[in-house]
Design a protein around this ligand. Structure first.
Ligand code: CP
Length: 338
């Protein structure tokens, strides 16, 4: 297994390293079944969660993961900090360095911000990308691969030591704005799975034909003919689409005009939404995934999200074990020993 200094992109992981991280996550998950969940592994280490963009799952699970490994955790949110007074990423990073952070977990609206933090020489700590713009979200891809492996590879051993060779994963929806899709195309490909992206032409990025995956505009066709083992629904990211996105605050489609990415929320739902009819068309063993937060009624119906096939809450729980594995690898591996 290659020792990583940072985790910035799912593309940085080779097969051996990715499988080893998933195996470590499986061991971490087993410790979380115990009454005493806390391990002493990172005692004396400091992990800073630096979130410039909103998050529920990623922020809480990184905090939980670090605490379960006995690290000290500092939570930093741009809102309410000196960033709102104009402090730059560099000065924020220098402040964290002065506080002795061993790892910085960063989410930023700008693609490339974690890379800059890791390589500009502002901090000596390990940098973990918790989502940057539309670019990458590597720990999301790892927790998705972990969940797929747990359900679809190996029975008793939850697939330990194995990759995802032979599986077909359909990733459906707003690929254009999705760091989750980009990270999953990279990691699932490395792990041997076949990936098909499904989206309207307006929500597929220019150059997608060069990615290591297939692409289609036709969801029913991909379900009926592609027989995916897992279907991953993507959130329609209205906040990255400019003005009003044409759905109510609870995500339910409305008749308000959209920004031009699709004719109306109702038409989007008809062509690309996962509902009970489409769930029934999936192979019997297939699982339904969503990284969250969900727009219920837009890209996924309530009955699909709450169906027995859905593993959406398991994805969230697995996020803790996967992030424990990543922090363990970065801070308690060779680098930690140094
Ligand atoms: N999946 C994900 O990144 O969710 P949050 O935005 O809530 O962290």
């Amino acid at each position: 297994m290659r020792q990583l200094r940072h985790l910035l992109s799912a593309a940085d992981l080779d097969r051996e390293t990715a499988v080893a991280l998933l195996d470590t996550a499986a061991s971490m998950a087993a410790t979380q079944e115990r009454e005493m969940k806390k391990l002493p592994t990172l005692r004396g280490r400091t992990v800073v969660n630096l979130f410039f963009e909103d998050s529920t799952r990623t922020r809480i699970s990184f905090e939980t993961a670090a605490k379960r490994l006995s690290a000290d955790v500092i939570n930093f949110a741009a809102k309410g900090s000196s960033v709102s007074k104009g402090e730059s990423l560099k000065d924020t990073a220098l402040t964290l360095q002065a506080m002795g952070a061993d790892a910085v977990v960063v989410r930023h609206q700008a693609s490339g911000a974690p890379h800059r933090l890791a390589h500009a020489g502002w901090v000596e700590s390990a940098v973990v990308n918790a989502g940057d713009g539309t670019h990458q979200h590597p720990t999301q891809a790892l927790l998705d691969a972990f969940t797929i492996r747990q359900h679809l590879v190996g029975a008793g051993d939850a697939g330990v030591g194995k990759d995802l060779a032979g599986l077909h994963v359909a990733i459906v929806g707003d690929v254009l704005h999705s760091r989750v899709a980009r990270s999953n195309v990279d990691l699932l490909g490395t792990l041997g799975a076949r990936v098909t992206l499904v989206a309207p032409p307006t929500l597929l990025p220019v150059g997608v034909e060069t990615w290591r995956c297939d692409a289609s505009y036709h969801l029913d066709e991909v379900i009926a003919e592609g027989r995916p083992d897992a279907i991953m629904m993507l959130r329609v990211q209205r906040e990255r689409m400019g003005s009003a996105g044409g759905a109510a605050s609870d995500g339910a489609p409305t008749s308000r005009p959209t920004t031009g990415f699709f004719p109306s929320p109702l038409e989007y739902t008809r062509a690309y939404g996962l509902d009970a009819r489409r769930v029934a068309m999936l192979p019997e063993h297939a699982i339904v995934m969503h990284p969250g937060p969900m727009n219920r009624g837009l890209e996924i119906s309530a009955d699909a999200a709450d169906s027995p096939r859905a593993v959406i809450t398991e994805q969230v729980s697995n996020g803790v074990a996967v992030r424990m594995a990543v922090l363990y690898h970065l801070l308690a591996g060779e680098r930690g020993a140094q």
